[in-house]
Design a protein around this ligand. Structure first.
Ligand code: 86U
Ligand code: MG
Length: 510
């Protein structure tokens, strides 16, 4: 196996592609562009996330469902308003065998139009509320933009939750509960920091009432990235699909139910690769690593006496069992014909968080040697302490990975009140938090004003040159800084005369 041939700094997009391929997470589906095969290394991570999230939404009372993957033009017509913008992404089935279909059907890009006619049928009385269903499936959106594994694919796996409530308050409470679970997937499993907030009118789901989001940050190119979204749909869809209950307080009156929909996709795996990966390949947070510790026998060479080899192998197997008993996902690499150095590179490429080495010298000193994948730090652990020290070390690695990413995000999230500092900040691979009026036109203007003029920047491998696109709003952080006095603080856009409403996070983005 040759390792990664480009460094993360010199060519980030190419580095990313190589890592996901050589770490055996992805195979390109070369039959049709924009589609990817997820291999066991990726599916393991998705399944850890799925188990963690599924357990928690079940505790909330969410039940599982499975709806058909096709939707008819008729129900699409119902939500015409916002689908129009998406029409180019819709994939259609128009033939079956050698016959044209009378009525073409669309492949679901999301399932509102599929599900809500049945919500209308099932929800009659307020006693039918709250209705809370989630499905794990894949959706198809024929993206026009350049696709890339995990981050932007024409088919991706996700979960989509769709719920109905009697009041705005009950819906709103759930929106935030789910958003916290999304933040938990990032912070607790993937060791990634996210900013929680609300999308602006420009960036929210047009068919909804408001969108809450968790936003990530990619240090390599300074871009923001949407991590997952939890929408309150208000009564927009219940009015489109006539989902009503009789008013419990007023006989004869009907209430349109308040709905939410929320989704997290396999994009999260790409974000984790981009942020934690290094020039040797993947770096996996222990919580989602299929193999958390790889135990590699060393110091055994051809001339080692057969009986010593056998004894050493037994000792290694014993160590594996001891470590496995602690609940650590440990494996041994006893492959013949490969040097320890070769094995080290292979497991580093695959991102295994902890390498353990055990040789005759270690045996003599009654220790096991280790090397951390995240920092490269090496050390030894007395054999008598491995049952406590190894799980502890994995916990240390998980926290250290989070802290490192969190520090980087914090250092590159600049609160600015001087417009002239904005473009330099973006070119310095930062996202910014600025006082903003939240006007849609103003936001469009801000995007135009912040197209990077640094094109005269030294040629360099242009993939690495800060993207010249303008900045978009990422979210209105729940956690608002001080210093914005309503009615007194102006919107930071020099061409806008409005007053600032909120601090808003902006950045070049995916
Ligand atoms: O984002 C989520 C979470 C899970 C459930 N759905 C919501 C909103 C999806 C927004 N969206 C996103 N993309 C779409 C692409 C299309 F081709 C299309 F016809 C419709 C949509 C579309 O409605
Ligand atoms: Mg899209």
């Amino acid at each position: 196996i040759i390792g990664i041939t480009v460094t993360k700094a010199e060519n980030f997009p190419l580095w990313y592609q190589e890592v996901v391929l050589k770490a055996e997470m992805i195979e390109y589906y070369t039959e049709i562009s924009g589609f990817y095969i997820l291999r066991p290394a990726a599916m393991y991570i998705w399944n850890v996330i799925r188990k963690w999230f599924q357990e928690r939404i079940e505790d909330m009372g969410v039940e599982e469902t499975n709806f058909p993957m096709f939707l008819s033009n008729k129900s699409l017509e119902r939500e015409k308003a916002h689908v129009d913008g998406f029409a180019p992404e819709l994939a259609w089935v128009t033939k079956c065998g050698d016959r044209d279909l009378e009525v073409p059907v669309a492949v679901r890009p999301t399932s509102e139009a599929v599900m809500y006619p049945y919500y209308a049928k099932w929800i009659r009385s307020h006693r039918d509320l709250p209705l809370r269903l989630n499905q794990w499936n894949s959706v198809v959106r024929w993206e026009a933009k350049q696709t890339t594994p995990f981050l932007r694919a024409r088919e991706f796996m996700w979960q989509e939750g769709h719920t109905a409530h009697l009041t705005e308050e009950l819906a709103g409470k759930e929106v935030l509960e789910i958003l916290e679970l999304y933040a938990g997937v990032y912070e607790q499993l993937l060791a990634l920091p996210v900013v929680r907030g609300t999308k602006t009118e420009n960036e929210k789901f047009a068919g909804g009432y408001y969108t809450t989001t968790v936003e990530g940050y990619i240090p390599s190119n300074g871009r923001g990235i949407q991590g997952a979204t939890s929408h309150c749909l208000g009564q927009n869809f219940s009015k489109m699909f006539e989902i009503t209950v009789e008013d419990p307080n007023k006989q004869g009156d009907h209430i349109h139910v308040w709905q939410n929909s929320w989704g997290l996709s396999t994009r999260v795996i790409g974000v984790m690769v981009m942020i934690h990966g290094d020039d040797k390949g993947l770096v996996l947070p222990p919580r989602i690593a299929k193999i958390q510790a790889i135990l590699i026998p060393v110091g055994i060479v051809n001339k080692t006496a057969a009986e010593d080899k056998a004894k050493h192998a037994e000792k290694v197997e014993e160590l594996r069992k001891t470590i496995k008993k602690t609940g650590v996902r440990v494996d041994t690499d006893t492959r013949d014909g490969y040097t320890p150095a070769w094995k080290f590179n292979d497991w580093e490429l695959k991102g295994v968080p902890l390498r353990l080495e055990f040789g005759p010298k270690d045996a003599a000193k009654e220790v096991i040697s280790y090397a951390r994948r995240d920092t490269g730090e090496k050390g030894t652990i007395p054999l008598a302490e491995i049952s406590t020290k190894i799980p502890q070390l994995l916990g240390t690695i998980q926290k250290a990975m989070y802290d490192k990413a969190d520090k980087s995000f914090q250092e590159h999230r600049l609160k600015l009140t001087n417009w002239d500092e904005v473009v330099p900040a973006l070119d310095g691979k930062n996202v910014v938090i600025i006082p903003h009026c939240l006007g849609m036109d103003c936001e469009d203007k801000v995007k135009d004003l912040t197209v990077s003029k640094n094109l005269e920047q030294p040629e360099g491998p242009d993939n690495q040159r800060a993207p010249s696109m303008g900045m978009k709003s990422l979210c209105i952080p729940f956690d608002q800084p001080d210093g914005l006095v309503k009615g007194e603080t102006k919107c930071l856009n020099p061409e806008c005369s409005a007053m600032a409403e909120k601090w808003c996070m902006f950045g070049r983005s995916y």
